[in-house]
Write a protein that binds this ligand. Structure first.
Ligand SMILES: N[C@@H](CCC(=O)N[C@@H](CS)C(=O)NCC(=O)O)C(=O)O
Length: 228
């Protein structure tokens, strides 16, 4: 049994997609980041960076005490290794997938996140920042589009690399991107979107929360955080 500390954000969707795809039994523990629940001391013990998602594996392979993991890339890797699914074992294939997983973790996720911030949430319009992150998001879409020109999925069979990138393409309109400009990416996006486990993961998100994460009240919680 996996406990998933979760909110309805792109990084959260990565993990529900995996768990639904792999058929792993899990229980959702909602952490409402709009209300500041990511700062609860019990949650910080698991996720010291006050971010979701995080997991606790109550039945780890070594039979020992529960193992907790934060950072969505590390969680996907942990779950893939635990289940033997969605990450090939051979070093060539494994690192083919992992380099794209970390490309998403270090590139697509953070850059699209800044795009969301400056294009949608920033209290003032800062054209330089907006343009920088719209362009960088577009550049990354271009990299993925090229990668997908001659293959069905990002790295070999459908893998954790696809599960990591997909939720960050879902808000493409908000990121001021047009999928028509990236035909291979569009084909892949539509194929992933149609997978029954992905449909279930997004349906589940709606059951947990339908309210926007950023609201006038939650701005004070989410933005301008300093050292504690
Ligand atoms: N690199 C982290 C990023 C996690 C992250 O930024 N989570 C956001 C939601 S998508 C969050 O928990 N925000 C809470 C906050 O800003 O206090 C991961 O991939 O797990």
């Amino acid at each position: 049994m996996i406990e998933l500390f979760y909110w309805t954000t792109p990084n959260g969707h990565k993990i529900t997609i995996f768990l639904e795809e792999a058929g792993v039994p899990y229980r959702i523990v909602p952490v409402n980041i709009s209300k500041g629940e990511q700062f609860e001391p019990e949650f910080l013990k698991i996720s010291p960076n006050n971010r979701v998602p995080a997991i606790r594996d109550l039945a780890p392979a070594d039979g020992g005490a529960p193992i907790s993991v934060f950072e969505s890339g590390a969680i996907l890797e942990y779950l893939a290794e635990k289940t033997g699914k969605f990450l090939p074992a051979g070093p060539r294939e494994k690192y083919e997938a992992l380099q794209w997983l970390y490309w998403q973790m270090g590139g697509l996720g953070p850059m699209a996140g800044q795009n969301h911030h400056f294009v949608t949430y920033a209290p003032e319009r800062i054209p330089y920042a907006m343009e920088r992150y719209i362009k960088e998001t577009g550049r990354l879409y271009g990299v993925l589009n090229k990668r997908l020109a001659d293959r069905e999925f990002i790295a070999g069979d459908y893998s954790i690399a696809d599960m990591a990138s997909y939720p960050w393409i879902v808000p493409y309109e908000r990121q001021q991107q047009r999928l028509e400009n990236f035909p291979h990416l569009k084909r892949w996006f539509e194929a992933v979107a149609a997978r029954p486990a992905v449909v279930r993961a997004y349906a589940l998100a709606k059951e947990v929360n339908q309210a926007p994460t950023v609201t006038p009240e939650s701005r004070a919680v989410l933005f301008g955080q300093t050292a504690r």
